[in-house]
Design a protein around this ligand. Structure first.
Ligand code: T1G
Length: 696
């Protein structure tokens, strides 16, 4: 297929032809790149004066892989990476891949088909395809084992994590580490090899170290590390073929399996999340160049579980933190937890004790809120009570310096109301971290009515800086994640009242790939939290005290994991064991309420629970509390354990078809949200809605 598009520049350095790929921002292997490379190789073949070729990436990186946006294009319109790789394999003249930034996926496969590879220190080389639900499809599964051995190749392809150039050098993945200018180094290397014969070909090498035990262990391992996923098993099969079969046979099989994996719902789900995560960072109407506050020092109010975890995020990126508590005992306890977390990480060899001391050294404890007067951002992380939060923000307003950002880690309360007690509501924002805050990657960034663009832009940039996935949400009860979980919990409660056992309800979500079901999650969060919220809501609404079966469990002193008993028993602390007392309590409750228990299939439970999330998600979109359905997917994948290979609840619904989602909602007595109803009737998807919204 010739498009006439050519994204490769040709230049010469004497007898060396230099092919520079120009496809910013990451030189993805898009249409125009294969065409340009073929044009360059044509010149190299036909011009006798050309003795060798250097392939290099323009801008900040080598090739970061195939263009993921082209995966769903018909084959004849897709950029033909394998075609270029086939031509490079055994090319008549030496071809040197000059690597800086990243050589990932198809980018590393391109380099592996070249005669030689050179790189600058710090460059990253890897095959991350498994993270997209596919497998290396341009020779990677056959060439990488032939260079680094079966074990290392499996490790790289199953983790999807890159290795640095320095390590690549020790592995033989690159032939030379170039100090100084990459192009100069690559041209010199090429020039030094113009007379080399025969030219080395990776495809002719033997893949060492492929014992049956290795592949058996890998197959076992992925059952845990990649539970429910399709492509990792294919990667193990192909790596095994690389150690057993001729290159051509393994390569052909790789091509076939790649197409299968690419067309799988799992790959669509993972690719959706890849782009959704990047899209979430963009806020409609917010100028990219909006001025931001420079965050050099942070303040945190509350050294409890959340406060301590939040502090670690700042310390981890070198931002000093002043942390406030009301009593010395609470302060010491909070700092003790932070130090213990770091020491545990050091024990696992993932951090040095020096680093532990360095980070603890940047953490200043105090009982005096006045000590926050120098902070650029102050995050309040005290327990969920509006009066307490208002009192704190009133004091903060007097203490914090002009321009400081005042943030609340509230997970449900009205940020507008919190902001209203300050004279600078434009400086107030919600930063909703998820527990454990030093681990969970999600950060719901709550944009209040008066939050300024600058404060919002600073919040988004800060999320990236502390390695969180920031998603902007509007103000409402529970924002996006918790608001949806509320309906999910309601549906779970109903399923149990209708006859399902709590463990079967949870198993329904395990079957979808979630590590925890709704009842396990409630027990972990603490049943008393939901109980207090229900009591508060009943009081506000002037209704009688709630007397649901969950309330009765709490009133029996069973608050969940923290009391080793809730819906489940926890004989060894964390593993839930079905509790007879819960079954008895439920059957008493049903009798009292005149409910006749019935068989509830796992399929019904899975649909009702998942679609309760989707339905509320649609309502949230309609109200503008979330910008796009893909943001909701990012929230559920990074905050609630929804499997990325399902793409998140909204993507999952699109895959099922909104027509059938709506039919199931109605069948099970849930009222479809107007937006979902509209899209279903028009045969459209949430993805269509996002595109339309983005077009404005
Ligand atoms: N295809 C299309 N677009 C891509 C892309 C890709 N491979 N990689 C990045 N982008 C876009 C991204 O969406 C964003 O767009 C912009 O580039 C900057 O990215 C046969 C089939 C390279 C480490 O999995 O991991 O090869 O939002 O914000 O943080 O075996 O991008 O600006 O519009 O992420 O500096 C294998 C994917 C593909 C690597 C840079 N390769 N990329 O991170 O920037 S499968 C990958 C990354 C494959 C073959 C198979 C990262 C990065 P926008 P960014 P960054």
């Amino acid at each position: 297929m010739t498009t006439g598009k050519n994204l490769v520049d040709q230049t010469r350095d004497g007898e060396i032809l230099i092919l520079t790929i120009q496809n910013p921002p990451v030189n993805a292997f898009s249409v125009g790149v294969p065409e340009g490379l073929h044009a360059g190789l044509d010149v190299a073949e036909s011009d006798a004066e050309v003795r060798a070729v250097v392939i290099i990436g323009g801008g900040r990186t080598f090739v970061a892989g195939a263009d993921i946006r082209t995966f769903d294009l018909p084959r004849e319109q897709s950029p033909d990476l394998r075609g270029v790789v086939n031509r490079l394999d055994g090319f008549s003249k030496p071809v040197v891949a000059a690597i800086h930034g990243t050589a990932l996926g198809g980018g590393l496969e391109l380099a592996l088909a070249c005669t030689y590879r050179v790189a600058v220190p710090g460059a990253q080389l890897g095959l991350p395809e498994v993270k997209l639900g596919v497998l290396p499809g341009a020779g990677g599964t056959q060439r990488l084992p032939r260079v680094v051995g079966a074990q290392k190749a499996l490790e790289m392809m199953l983790s999807g994590n890159p290795v640095k150039a320095e390590e690549a050098g020790t592995l033989g993945l690159i032939d030379e580490l170039v100090d100084g200018d990459l192009l100069t180094g690559a041209v010199a290397f090429a020039r030094a090899h113009t007379d080399t014969t025969p030219l080395p070909r990776v495809s002719e090498k033997t893949a060492e170290g492929g014992s049956p035990e290795l592949f058996a262990a890998a197959r076992d391992g992925i059952k845990k590390t990649h539970k429910g996923q399709y492509s990792p098993g294919l990667i193990v099969d192909l790596a095994e073929m690389a150690t057993r079969k001729p290159f051509a046979e393994g390569y052909a099989e790789e091509g076939r399996l790649f197409m299968q994996a690419k067309d799988s719902p799992q790959s669509r789900g993972l690719r959706h999340i890849f782009f959704a995560e990047r899209e979430a960072g963009k806020i409609a109407g917010l100028d990219k160049n909006t001025p931001q506050t420079e965050i050099r020092a942070a303040g945190i109010i509350g050294a409890g579980t959340m406060g301590g975890g939040i502090a670690m995020n700042f310390l981890n990126v070198g931002i000093p933190v002043t942390i406030v508590e009301t009593t010395q005992e609470a302060l010491d306890r909070g700092l003790g937890v932070v130090r213990k977390n770091y020491e545990n990480t050091a024990k696992k060899g993932r951090m040095s004790m020096d680093d532990v001391e360095k980070r603890m050294g940047m953490l200043t404890p105090t009982l005096n809120m006045q000590d926050l007067s120098g902070a650029d951002i102050i995050i309040e992380a005290v327990f969920e009570n509006m009066d307490v939060k208002k009192e704190i923000f009133t004091r903060l307003d007097a203490i914090a310096k002009p321009g400081a950002i005042l943030a609340s880690n509230t997970s449900t309360l009205d940020v507008n109301e919190i902001a209203s007690v300050t004279k600078r509501p434009e400086s107030v924002i919600g930063l909703h971290f998820f527990s454990p805050a030093n681990v969970m990657r999600l950060l719901e960034i709550v944009r209040a009515d008066k939050t300024s663009d600058s404060v919002l832009a600073t919040g988004m940039a800060l999320a990236k800086r502390i390695k969180k996935v920031g998603v902007v949400v509007g103000v409402c009860d529970g924002f996006v994640g918790n608001r949806m979980v509320h309906h999910y919990g309601d549906e779970a409660r109903k399923l149990a009242e209708e006859g399902a056992k709590p463990q079967d309800v949870d198993a329904a979500m395990h079957s979808l790939g979630l590590p925890m079901g709704p009842f396990e999650m409630s027990d972990m969060a603490g049943l008393d939290v939901g109980h207090l919220i229900r009591q508060h809501q009943a009081k506000v609404a002037g209704q009688p005290k709630p007397d649901g079966w969950l309330d009765r469990i709490v009133e029996a002193g069973r608050k969940g994991q923290k009391t080793q008993a809730g819906i489940y028993n926890y004989p060894d602390g964390r593993r839930p064991v079905p509790a007879e007392s819960t079954d008895e309590l439920l059957s008493t409750y049903r009798q009292e309420k005149g409910l006749t228990p019935r068989e509830v299939s796992q399929d019904e439970a899975t649909r009702r629970l998942t679609y309760s999330l989707v339905n509320e998600g649609a309502q949230i979109l309609d109200e503008g509390i979330a910008q796009r359905s893909s943001d909701i997917d990012v929230i559920y994948v990074y905050g609630y354990g929804f499997p990325a290979y399902r793409g998140g609840p909204m993507k999952y619904a699109d895959e099922q078809g909104l027509g059938s989602v709506m039919a199931d909602l109605e069948k099970y007595g849930q009222t479809p949200a107007p937006l979902l109803k509209k899209l279903a009737e028009e045969g459209r998807t949430f993805a269509d809605w996002d595109k339309e919204k983005a077009r404005g």
